[in-house]
Design a protein around this ligand. Structure first.
Ligand SMILES: [Zn+2]
Length: 373
């Protein structure tokens, strides 16, 4: 109650509704001295509702049904052919949805929310509900993803920028201490999401936190956004592969990771990427004054040995708030599932009833919360 800032009466009414809907369960009456109603412990019933999400990346789609703890109940992926038409990709999404839904235990089917969360690259135009020429996504110029679903598809489709969705997934799954943080996706591209007081910040057009397009090298490498020296063009996985190839080495990322263990030139490339990523993150932390930076992405863990130390050093030693409170840097707790879990958590965000601060507090505390109702 204290965490939500709501009155006892309000909390009681909301919890009553949540109990009715099977989203929370009682953990028994707590003993208390004095008169009046005894507080009742309640906690989230993890399988009280399930949500499906699918994240579309340049080379793959990842889908998952998640429970109210943000834990994937079933999950799966499909690889995308290079240069694939969006129609084919959305068909893959429908097929993945059908395949993973068929894997749900029959007892859970009744709690599966009839909707889909779709994690997509930016930029996005909310007025036409279309993607606006996302970098490295040929054929997706002015495409409205909803319009590509089969005519028989009836469930609501909630679209969200992939990195914002992943940030929401982190907020949903992590504990209350992760209330204000910056999420950074590191992979083929670099994306960002911002969570302020457990809510995502989307900006006026839903395109906030395009972290990958923060310039870090004056007159640097040409970026697909049209600018030069963006951190995505200088320090993403794709940038590192291009730089390795320019030096006469392989462009295979797995081979680059292996080479970095004994080839100083390759190691230098990765350390440089870490310093440039650190600059972009340092600027964002100074702007938004967040408590943590969470870094995710399929491939980040492979190179965290080189990329993380410069990031940690910059955020520990150079943020303007360093004398007030430190900024923690962590690898996503969701790991490879971040995209799918994030997309699914968008469904919870849109469809779950009642009061978000209370639901969030219950979800995030994991322990039972005491209320009178
Ligand atoms: Zn750019």
């Amino acid at each position: 109650m204290r965490l939500t800032g709501l009155s006892g009466q309000s909390v009681g009414a909301i919890v009553g509704r949540l109990l009715q809907q099977g989203l929370v369960e009682e953990t028994g009456a707590e003993s208390q001295a004095g008169v009046g109603r005894r507080p009742i412990g309640v906690k989230i019933r993890a399988t009280g509702a399930l949500a499906f999400g699918c994240n579309i990346e340049r080379d793959r789609i990842d889908g998952a049904w998640i429970d109210l703890n943000g834990t994937p109940v079933v999950s799966g992926s499909d690889l995308i052919d290079r240069g694939e038409e969006p129609e084919r990709t959305i068909l893959r999404v429908e097929e993945l949805y059908a395949r993973l839904t068929a894997q749900l235990e029959p007892s859970l089917m009744a709690n599966a929310l009839p909707a889909i969360g779709l994690g997509l690259p930016g930029p996005f135009d909310p007025s036409s509900e279309s993607l606006m020429n996302p970098p490295k996504f040929p054929h997706w110029e002015r495409v409205n993803p909803r319009s590509l679903f089969s005519p028989g598809w009836k469930q609501p489709i909630f679209c969200e920028n992939s990195a914002t969705a992943a940030a929401l997934g982190e907020a949903w799954q992590s504990r209350t201490e992760l209330r204000n943080f910056l999420y950074c996706h590191w992979g083929v591209g670099i994306g960002g999401g911002l969570v302020i007081d457990l809510d995502t910040y989307r900006g006026v057009t839903g395109n906030a936190l395009e972290l990958g397009h923060v310039p870090v090298v004056p007159n640097g490498a040409l970026c697909e956004c049209g600018s030069r020296g963006c951190v995505e063009a200088e320090a993403s996985m794709m940038a590192v592969c291009r730089q390795a190839m320019d030096l006469g080495f392989t462009e295979s990322f797995d081979e680059i990771v292996f080479l970095a263990t004994y080839e100083p030139l390759i190691e230098e490339l990765l350390i440089r990427a870490g310093f440039l990523l650190a600059q972009a993150l340092l600027g964002a932390v100074n702007l938004f004054d967040v408590d943590a930076v969470v870094i995710g992405g399929h491939h980040f863990q492979q190179v965290s040995k080189w990329l993380l130390p410069p990031v940690e050093a910059a955020l520990n030693d150079l943020t303007m708030r360093r004398e007030v409170r430190s900024v923690s840097v962590k690898y996503s707790t969701l790991g490879e599932a971040a995209g799918a879990v994030g997309a699914a958590s968008v469904v919870f965000d849109k469809l779950l009833p009642a009061n978000p601060p209370l639901v969030a507090t219950l979800v995030h505390s994991r322990e039972s919360a005491n209320v009178s109702h």
